[in-house]
Each structure stands twice: as C-alpha cells, then as structure tokens.
Design a binder for this molecule. Structure first.
Ligand SMILES: [Zn+2]
Ligand SMILES: [Zn+2]
Length: 262
C-alpha cells in the first residue's frame, strides 16, 4: 500500500465511524477531511518528476512550501472553524511564516513547542520519508520513535502468535511508524516499577485502556485489537475522547495528542 493509500484507508475508517453517529461525529468528520488533505500531500510527493525527499529539512523546504500552501488551502475550508481560521492566518503569513513554523515543528521534541497545522502537514512528509527509508534530520530522542524521534500519539495491543500474549505497541505521531514496547515501561520517562504504572479502563469503551505513569503523570491511550480487530488505532482513538477528558480532570497529561489534535 502506498503512503497516500494508507491515508485513504484511515479517512475511509473515519467516514465509516462518523456514519454510525454518536458524540464523536464532528471530530471524525474533521479527521476525515484532515486525512484526505494529508493524502493529497503524500500523492504529490510520490508524483513523478522531482527527486524524493532527502530527510534534510533545509534541502527539502523548497519542495515542501508549495505543498504546505495547497494543504492549508484545503483546510481553510475545514468544518472545524478554529482550524479553518488558523489555516487562513498561516496563509496570510506567506512562505516566510510557513518556513518559520515548519522549522519550529521539525525541531520540536513534542507538540507543546509546535503547532497543530504544521505538525499535521509534516506527518505525510515524514511518513513518505519512512516508506523510502530516508532518515529525517530531526533531533534524536531517548524515549521517542527510533526512526524519527517523535513521541507516540496512541498505542495498541495485539495478540502475538509467538508468545500468545497481547503485545504492547506504539504508533509514532510524527511518522506513523509502529514499534513494540516492553510490557512494563512508561514510553514517556522509561519508568519500569509496575506499582507506578496504573492502567485505567471504562465499561463504555471496553476496547480501550489508558496506560498511565505516576512518575511523570502522563499516559498513552491503547486500543485493544484483541477485543475488535477492525480498528485503526489512530482513528478509533477519537471515539473515546471522553476518557481523555476524564484523565485530564484527574490530573493526567496525554503524552501526545491524537491525530485530530485532542
Ligand atoms: Zn517516527
Ligand atoms: Zn512516565
């Protein structure tokens, strides 16, 4: 599957979940728009002609800036008013503002230091680099993604044939790369004391758990693919935003927002 097709698959999942109705519909609709816009970026990067992205942000910027503009033009018509407004503001800032924001997001370790739209634009670029095996020149991270250094946006549990147990996995919010994680370890700070790593569940969302850490007071949401094998973790995450709100009221911080910025 090409990178653009991967985005198409996620957009189709968001549309299908939105069609089922419920409180998450506006968020799923927005995710569908965003994933399609990201898919357009991936298609443009794959189109014949120019050389592939190198992974060096300085070298790739001339290629990225017109794509960023096209991406923002699409999101300017987004159903989420605050996103549409922000896209308009970024476009008014021109290439200079676009360049500044892309560089800031590229070198930021976590989302707190960067902005949603620049990060959302960089996602298909980093996913394209990952598919090509061109390592991005982002700052390395001890606890982040081994390919790009990015923090995990969401996790999932999948039954492993070899061990017959449910293996923990993380999805990188920057490049979409998946990696396995030890059963007892906080992906944020590396804590390994089981007494400090509580797991929270809710009856309303049986296929979801929050894997928390008392050492750094952060958590990752994991989708249990053993309960239902159809979900795409990054999209299905949006169905249980109520759990994030609960956790945040209890004083926990999500390690990294999901694809819709929540
Ligand atoms: Zn990554
Ligand atoms: Zn921790």
């Amino acid at each position: 599957m090409t990178v653009a097709e991967e985005f198409g698959r996620r957009a189709a999942r968001a549309d299908a979940l939105a069609a089922e109705g419920g409180a998450a519909v506006p968020l799923l609709r927005f995710a569908g728009e965003l994933l399609r816009a990201q898919g357009r970026v991936a298609s443009a990067l794959a189109a014949g002609g120019p050389p592939p992205l190198s992974g060096s942000i300085a070298a790739d910027l001339p290629r990225l800036l017109p794509l960023q503009r096209a991406f923002l033009e699409l999101l300017r018509r987004s159903s989420a008013p605050e996103v549409a407004e922000e896209a308009g503001r970024l476009l008014e800032g021109g290439d200079e503002e676009g360049r500044r924001r892309l560089l800031a997001s590229w070198s930021a370790e976590a989302s707190g230091a960067s902005d949603f739209l620049s990060r959302a634009f960089l996602r298909p670029c980093l996913e394209t680099l990952r598919a090509a095996g061109h390592r991005p020149d982002r700052p390395p991270s001890d606890t982040g993604c081994p390919f790009c250094g990015g923090p995990p946006g969401v996790g999932f549990l999948r039954v492993e044939a070899e061990t017959h147990g449910a293996g923990r996995h993380l999805v990188c919010s920057f490049c979409g790369g998946e990696r396995a994680l030890e059963r007892i370890r906080c992906p944020g700070c590396g804590e390994t004391d089981p007494a400090k790593l509580p797991v929270f569940r809710s009856e309303r969302h049986p296929g979801v758990r929050l894997e928390a850490c008392e050492a750094c007071r952060r958590y990752v949401k994991a989708i249990d693919l053993g309960v239902d094998a159809r979900p795409l973790p990054e999209v299905d995450d949006l169905l249980s935003v109520a759990l994030d709100l609960w956790a945040q009221e209890e004083g926990w911080e999500r390690l990294e927002p999901g694809i819709a910025g929540v």
